[in-house]
Design a protein around this ligand. Sequence first.
Ligand SMILES: Nc1ncnc2c1ncn2[C@@H]1O[C@H](COP(=O)(O)OP(=O)(O)OP(=O)(O)O)[C@@H](O)[C@H]1O
Ligand SMILES: [Mg+2]
Length: 277
Amino acid sequence: MEKLQAALARAREKREGGSPSRPAQGQAHTRVKSRQLQRSEALSSVWQGVPAAEPSTRRMQQSRIFAASASAEAASFDILRTKLLLEMRRNDWTRIAVTSATAGSGKTTMACNLIAGLGRQPEVRGMLFDMDFRRPSVAKFFGLSPNSNFADFLEEKVSFEDQALRLDQNTIVCGQSRPVRDPAQLVTRARTAEALDEIQAEYMPDIMLFDLPPVLVSDEARAFLKLMDAAIIVAAAEQSTVSQIDECEREVAGYTNVAGIVLNKCRHLSEGYGYSY
Ligand SMILES: Nc1ncnc2c1ncn2[C@@H]1O[C@H](COP(=O)(O)OP(=O)(O)OP(=O)(O)O)[C@@H](O)[C@H]1O
Ligand SMILES: [Mg+2]
């Protein structure tokens, strides 16, 4: 919390420095407004402390990340994002895992599109963490080359700002450029849970998205789900079977809330549902 407190003190100083005398009328309302403004300015300055990155537009296209700009391709992700945010507000959720039954159903594509779409919604602050430590791909999907990995931060080798990259004013990505040798050990460490709490307290994101490994083939996904508020299950049409999706949903529900199941790679939708999703 120190960074936020320091930023708050700076914001307060700036504000009070310019207007030494307090207003005599409507003070309570003015003070509340002023505190909200200070808090928002302080938070912005904490987010500005994370280095800005320039993702590769070509790489994003290749990775099917379409949601960074408004388009027909982005429409389905925009709907999903809005529904998710509404559900999150209703339930007071912040941490959302993106998982699946088996590999290759489109988790990373979906998580990257969600965070890219949030870049167009400046009033919402979002973070995406690559927690698929065996097959990390978030940084690759954006064409980013972080100096350090999110796992290095969890292992207390680097600071948060050394590995996090800011895509927009309001979106941050924590990626991995190489696999982690023992992901189960890393995920189950008490320090990992503490680190997530600290990030949440310091940066106060509205949404923390976590790209997870598939539940049915990875032990660490289950361990990690315990730290989540809810999970989205991504199922691939013509690839995931109903029994796999059922089993995955049961597993996930044993550890956290199921926010919903998204059917991806569906070729038989009418045009009104947008490209491919
Ligand atoms: N809607 C879609 N239509 C066509 N191809 C898609 C769609 N969504 C994802 N893909 C492609 O499917 C492949 C797997 O997608 P992705 O890497 O996002 O899945 P994943 O669930 O994260 O996989 P893994 O379990 O290996 O991490 C990628 O080549 C991706 O471009
Ligand atoms: Mg993936």
